[in-house]
Design a binder for this molecule. Sequence first.
Ligand code: NAD
Ligand code: UDP
Length: 317
Amino acid sequence: MAIVANRKRVLVTGGAGFLGSHLCERLLAEGCDVICADNFYSGAKDNIAHLIGNPHFELIRHDVTFPLYVEVDQIYNLACPASPIHYQRDPVQTTKTSVHGAINMLGLAKRVKARILQASTSEVYGDPEVHPQREDYWGHVNPIGIRSCYDEGKRCAETLFFDYHRQHHLDVRVMRIFNTYGPRMHPNDGRVVSNFIVQALKNQDITIYGDGNQTRSFQYVDDLIEGMVRLMENDAGLIGPVNIGNPGEFTIKALAEKVLRLIPESKSQLVFKPLPSDDPTQRKPDIALAREKLGWEPHVGLDDGLSRTIAYFRQVL
Ligand code: NAD
Ligand code: UDP
């Protein structure tokens, strides 16, 4: 094995989650020393079990609402439950994770002079009145609804990142991630892609919330990780916020029909359930900024990405 001189030391908070585990893999493949900090609230040791034993990978059980002291060059701050079921289960903890977690990780970055990237979200746009969403849109967010713990927590974290940058000259990056799917999504985490695939594979009813005409734009995990690393490594002064998502926009009903077409043996039927409150009507990223400044765009289309994700769930179920 080639010895990499001066390995970059990278902290990934939320590294045992869906996205974090893919990021840890990618960073190890690039020759970094990776510290994964996670409290396993919505992540799982199974996601990173294959990395344990790699001498360049360290796992710390840690809750980011408490300070952490490690010497690193870069911090990717992903710790936060991302699915509505998970983030609404303990909403006070969700806000604390975003806000106290950001303060603690920004404090660490300041102390050790690390570059720090925040995994923000398209949820900062709320139920958007501007379509597609550009980074200069301020959003349309209910501050007191059931999604607010997540949306407002993430918005406040963005504020903290920009204030640390202005006040303390911290080297920050903020990315706004749009709905991302792929292998290692938790089978029960309630997000639409995993729900529909699991339901179809188990011949259970496919639960469409509302009339299914609401839209989302689905991005495959590999495209997201590429955008994330490009933003972190960008030295041309791009701080963000930067949208990273796939502009292909689909109704939820169309997604359900696609999943059923890709699992032809499924006997599942579409059923319609009440729409949760504050569920955004439409969502689609404008990715002109990422295209121009990062030379990034997604490459995996929905059919291809769904097929790969279905293959994963066939194995784990
Ligand atoms: P996930 O739930 O699989 O991963 C989140 C990880 O953070 C889990 O491993 C969880 O145990 C950990 N965590 C939660 N609270 C913590 C705390 N207090 N201290 C330490 N660890 C904690 O979700 P994901 O889809 O991998 O999302 C990762 C990040 O990306 C989140 O910040 C999420 O808001 C953001 N994001 C994801 C999406 C998406 O579609 N997947 C979209 C927008 C933003
Ligand atoms: N959704 C659905 N059935 C499900 C899970 C979700 O119809 O079993 C809908 C949900 O109401 C929303 C969309 O799918 O309109 C995306 O939901 P998800 O929780 O994946 O992401 P988010 O709403 O945070 O974008």
